[in-house]
Design a protein around this ligand. Sequence first.
Ligand code: ADE
Ligand code: ZN
Length: 323
Amino acid sequence: GRTGKELPVIPKLELHLHLEGAAPPDLIRALAREKHVDLSGIFDDRGHYAYDSFAAFLRVYEAACTVLQTPDDFARLTRTVLERSAAQGVIYTEAFLSPDFCGQRDVSAWREYLHAIREAAQSAPDIQMRGIVTCIRHFGPDAARETALCAAETAGDFLTGFGIAGDESAGHPRDFAYGFDMAREAGLSLTAHAGEWGGAQSVRDALDHLRVARIGHGVHAINDPALVDRLAEDGITLEVCPGSNVTLGVYPDWRSHPIDKLRAAGVPVTVSTDDPPFFHTTMTHEYQRLSDTFGWDDEIFTDIARTAANAAFCDDATRAALL
Ligand code: ADE
Ligand code: ZN
């Protein structure tokens, strides 16, 4: 139960959070020290992750992951991340998990990492978590197939989804369809990063070839009115991460971000942080900026939470408790 802490007015649900991408620099530095790995090159003089482009972001991200080595490292990471999320008033979060960084896609190693992550998640107070295995687009279709097998073999009440992240310019969604088909047959729910760096066509391709229920980002759909209508009519939920988009330069500022227009057009939109320490953001910060920029009020934030609950990759009893 909740003790002592201030109750947030509206509980927050987050559908798009990369577990490794949520690692605070302090944790990564501590692990680097313990393992005698020199990671000084990925931090700036204030101790923050240092990158100046999306490509550099991906390199720094992957370098930080090199010190996340054992199942216990991932348990520590999970505890840290969920403690921070709960402190933001987040009661339910879906975290992207990467067999690429957990035993190099070996299914039996992956089981041990997932077990450690799950135990840590289930002992976290005030917050529930579900895992979405994500493959990494720029690691290629063969790696993605192995990742999908890890996901299919561990599908259940905790590991409920499969997705794809990474460099959207690498390859084509059809190259990854086999892995998504395997995951779907295993009962997993599906999402894909698309329309973050790619245009509206990239979102269409993810829908047509991967048959996903949700899109990670999807913001460039705004440039294609027919696609906006399709998202609204088919109830395709967007996992929108405005602070991530502004920090990475997808949009020059909050004013230019299309989240308010997408919502007004009837697209189911939700709000997430993506990789909070990389973007110097939190869920509270995202909500504050949305309120300041677009005048979003409690009624809208309540609607956003309802949209997230409806699109959550969880069983109906869990969903009912979130609604
Ligand atoms: N992996 C972590 N964050 C990501 C992002 N914003 N886009 C694509 N892949 C990612
Ligand atoms: Zn993401």
